[in-house]
Design a binder for this molecule. Structure first.
Ligand SMILES: [Zn+2]
Length: 391
């Protein structure tokens, strides 16, 4: 057996603890680190030097500004940096797969997407994503051994106890599969897996419209509707990982049958599929911007109205959720989110009308800044965080 010595195990723990605090605070002095972690100043100094040598953190003297001014040089602020190595992010949407290879600091080196029937052809979608990973590694001159972490998002509730998809109504071809294990077997590396809306929230939090927010709801409104919840600065998944399934909120006793077996669910009346169907009927071409495909639909007088009405209906459901959670921000993402302001205006109108006045007054509604890339960038960010903490 090759158990680490107690002192090296302790050093490893201190190292992880310090990296975690530096990443969370993103600007902290050595003295603060000692206070926050309870580690001795000499232990902090030694470990920080190791992390600096490995380029996992950096000193930011300029950002330190006046801190520590007055006597000698200002205390340098320690910030997380990319370190070495690469990560992979994968996003499985219902009809397409996107893959990115990035530095562990999140800088994208290569990205591509492919049309696949993800919902019903699980094995094909998994194989396609693996082929894309290998191709991107070749294009970016990255070797598989350089990949420190891989994260992937799937558009279905994931049972966090088993890592399996257990919904019988969404991703029918994936039921009972362990996507992390399937990908890991194909790539020969461990893979983290997450729900797509949860990863969209991470993407907008790190790179987009939710930077700095601690209590917010990310809505992924595409073919279906799901929400990623960030509460008190942490992602909230619920007891088993199924939190945020707002698409199956019932709007009435009657209405269209939903794939979940109920009638009148939100996603039977609000979905990007309905907008696309209307666009086809009206002869409106799909937008050329692949990241924001419904931006043009929002400008058309008929689809624009339809999208505003979808926003009001979505906002009616979100108003109740906001009364429960009191978030400071809602970010509208997914394909429908790329319709932009007409959707956001509709959501705002219903929230102002139906949420409690104090809740509505302290709430901002924004369109996602990352369009269809939010989930992919969330996967890249998750993989980067994991790589940083695993060292
Ligand atoms: Zn339903």
């Amino acid at each position: 057996m090759n158990l680490p010595e107690p002192s090296s195990a302790r050093r490893h723990r201190s190292r992880q603890q310090l990296l975690e605090v530096i990443r969370r605070e993103n600007g902290v002095t050595r003295a603060d680190l000692s206070l926050i972690t309870g580690l001795s100043r000499s232990a902090v100094a030694e470990t920080v030097q190791d992390l600096l040598n490995e380029r996992l953190i950096a000193e930011d003297v300029l950002a330190a500004g006046g801190r520590g001014a007055g006597r000698g040089r200002p205390s340098a602020l320690l910030v997380a940096s990319g370190g070495t190595g690469s990560v992979v992010g994968i996003d499985f949407d219902h009809e397409r797969v996107t893959v990115a290879v990035a530095g562990s600091d999140g800088s994208i080196r290569g990205e591509e997407h492919a049309a696949v029937n993800v919902d019903s052809e699980a094995a094909a979608a998994l194989d396609v994503s693996v082929g894309m990973v290998h191709r991107l590694l070749g294009q970016t001159g990255t070797s598989m051994s350089d990949i420190r972490s891989i994260a992937a998002g799937v558009p279905a509730p994931l049972d966090m106890r088993t890592n399996r998809i257990h919904s019988a109504s969404v991703l029918t071809g994936w039921v009972g599969l362990d996507p992390a294990e399937e990908l890991s077997n194909r790539l020969g590396r461990p893979v983290l897996i997450g729900n797509d809306a949860d990863l969209g929230a991470v993407g907008e939090l790190r790179y987009g419209a939710a930077k700095g927010a601690r209590d917010f709801i990310y809505v992924k409104a595409s073919e279906g509707i799901g929400a990623g919840l960030v509460l008190g600065g942490s992602a909230y998944h619920g007891a088993t990982g199924a939190a945020g399934e707002i698409g199956h909120t019932r709007l009435g006793e009657q209405g269209t049958w939903c794939r979940c077996g109920n009638r009148g669910c939100l996603e039977t009346v609000v979905s990007s599929t309905l907008v696309r169907r209307l666009m086809t009927e009206l002869g409106i071409p799909r937008g050329r911007d692949e990241t924001f495909p419904l931006a043009d639909a929002a400008k058309h007088p008929v689809t624009g109205r339809f999208i505003s009405e979808a926003g009001r209906t979505l906002g009616r459901v979100l108003a109740d959720l906001c009364n429960c959670l009191n978030p400071s921000l809602i970010v509208l993402g997914g394909e429908l989110g790329t319709a932009g302001e007409p959707l956001a205006d509709g959501v705002r109108e219903s929230i102002n009308r139906f949420a409690q006045p104090a809740t509505a007054a302290s709430l901002e509604v924004k369109v996602g800044a990352l369009g269809l890339r939010a989930e992919l960038l969330g996967a890249v960010s998750l993989a980067g965080q994991h790589a940083l903490l695993e060292i």
